[in-house]
Ligand binder design. Structure first.
Ligand code: BES
Ligand code: ZN
Ligand code: ZN
Length: 486
């Protein structure tokens, strides 16, 4: 879909579908008011009405989309309005769509344009790789989406272009999450990183099993042992170290499939576990977007990747694993594998003396019990960093909610026979997983994001989402990273 911004008004511009977002308190243009029965459409948030103006205005069809009260407007409503518009265009097989806001361009112009671009692109996202006999209306793709504004100034153009880049990053993450484990084993995830590096000039290193053995990545190796698909350790580097903003490390859990291993998951809990690389996908999507946005920053994306399977050589409950840091872990449940691979990833991050380490992982089912699907669980060793991440989450509606990481919780993962054990019992399962990770970051400021509830959804939460991978974390990370840029 080609996306552009132009000066103009949706009602004066020819289009197969004009999408017009309106507020409750701003009246409809005269040309449209007569096409509606008085109270059918009020412009309340997310309300829509499809009109056939029959020559009264330039476009063939007009879709009104409500934004609610102007004073309550959040960029997310624009994202949703744009997405529901473009989805209507898909349904109607309207090749050319325009989008406009009735009344003042709200918020900061650049921010509004960015949200609209994200909504248009993400609303149009579909994962069709394995669909072989789609009906034309199922595979129809809108050719062009144009944002029409009174004055298509630089700020708006830049915001719109940024939104397109972020949406591409989110879509990349969704594609990775939606791909079944059989078609995306750790080696393929490594290849995807190398291809991205080639495409965008990132420095990418992928360590294979022999290199992991030589360099003592005991956590990743242990988790990967049960699978015929060998593990990988992926490092993607953007920019150069500088004193101004320091280095930000993003560490993503890259379990391409999690069967639970010998502590096998029951069937209902195992389906969906192709998405257990949702943290890694957020890192991939963010690295891609950062490489395209080119801020002045040094960002290192780190993805320990393995497939957790039962097999003749699988790691066992009762085993003690020596991680790359030298710390030993008593394995009491092989299904608590994410923290074990992340231990190596977090320890690896320390070599950069980072200003911040952010981990992202589909780490615990308990995060879904605590927060459902509407918030990422955040834990932190550094409160200023936590607040910074929280703000980025609020601004982008990739929202987070903080849980405590008190010393008391660390007691739950003490082991008799090793330095630490990999499960802390039923109480506070998300927090004890976070406490485990915090053992491997040294003194560096650390935020952990548990995306178990948000990376993959059975039911879209927003119009700009579809069933499956959401790209959770990408919008947040880009907002956060660009806030560090000098
Ligand atoms: N990948 C799962 C967590 C998960 C569950 C992600 C549901 C997305 C949806 C993780 O590896 C896991 O199995 N965690 C266990 C930990 C337990 C054994 C301490 C869990 O949450 O049950
Ligand atoms: Zn698991
Ligand atoms: Zn897992």
């Amino acid at each position: 879909m080609e996306m552009t911004v132009q000066a103009g008004n949706v009602l004066d511009t020819a289009a197969d579908l004009a999408i017009l977002a309106t507020y409750e308190e701003v009246g409809l243009p005269d040309a449209l008011a007569g096409l509606l029965e008085a109270d059918d459409y009020k412009g309340s948030a997310k309300q829509t009405a499809l009109l056939y103006p029959r020559g009264a205005v330039a476009p063939r069809r007009v879709l009104l989309v409500g934004l609610g009260k102007q004073e309550d407007l959040h960029a997310d409503l624009l994202r949703e309005a744009a997405a529901s518009g473009v989805q209507q265009a898909q349904k109607l097989q309207a090749a050319q769509a325009t989008f406009g806001v009735q009344g003042e361009m709200p918020l900061e112009e650049a921010q509004a344009a960015q949200a609209i671009a994200e909504g248009l692109a993400l609303g149009a996202y579909r994962y069709l790789r394995y669909r072989t006999n789609l009906k034309p209306e199922q595979s129809f793709a809108v050719e062009a989406a144009t944002l029409l504004v009174e004055n298509a100034n630089d700020a708006i153009q830049r915001g719109f272009a940024t939104g397109e880049i972020i949406a591409r990053g989110v879509s990349f993450a969704r594609d990775l999450v939606n791909t079944p484990g059989a078609d995306l084993p750790p080696a393929a995830l490594g290849d995807a990183a190398l291809a991205m590096g080639q495409r965008l000039g990132l420095k990418v290193t992928v360590l294979d099993k022999a290199e992991l053995e030589a360099q003592g990545f005991g956590g990743v190796l242990a988790v990967g042992k049960g699978s015929a698909n060998e593990p990988r350790f992926i490092v993607m580097e953007y920019g150069l170290p500088s004193d101004e903003s320091g280095t930000i490390c993003l560490v993503g859990k890259g379990l391409t499939f999690d069967s639970g291993g010998l502590s096998l998951k029951p069937n209902d809990a195992m389906t969906g576990m192709k998405a257990d690389m949702g943290g890694a996908a957020a890192v991939f999507g963010s690295m891609q977007a950062i490489a395209e946005l080119k801020p002045k920053l040094h960002v290192v994306g780190i993805v320990p990747s393995a497939e957790n399977m039962p097999g003749p050589d699988a790691y066992r409950p009762d085993d003690v694993v020596t991680t790359r840091s030298g710390k030993t872990v008593e394995v009491l449940n092989t299904d608590a594998e994410g923290r074990i691979v992340l231990a190596d990833g977090l320890h690896y991050a320390q070599q950069y003396k980072p200003a911040a380490i952010i981990s992202l992982a589909t780490l615990t089912g308990a995060a879904i019990i605590a927060l459902g699907h509407h918030a990422i669980a955040l834990m932190a060793t550094d409160q200023p960093l936590a607040e910074r991440v929280q703000q980025a989450g609020d601004a982008t509606r990739d929202r987070v909610w903080q849980l405590p990481l008190w010393q008391e919780y660390r007691e739950q993962i003490k082991s008799e026979i090793a330095d630490i054990k990999n499960i802390g019992g039923r109480p506070a399962g998300t927090i004890t997983a976070g406490a485990f990770l915090a053992e491997f970051v040294g003194e560096y400021p650390f935020v952990h994001l548990d995306v178990a509830g948000t990376a993959f959804v059975d039911k879209p939460r927003k119009t700009y989402e579809q069933i499956g991978g959401t790209g959770s974390g990408v919008r947040l990370l880009i907002e956060l990273l660009t806030s560090y840029a000098g």
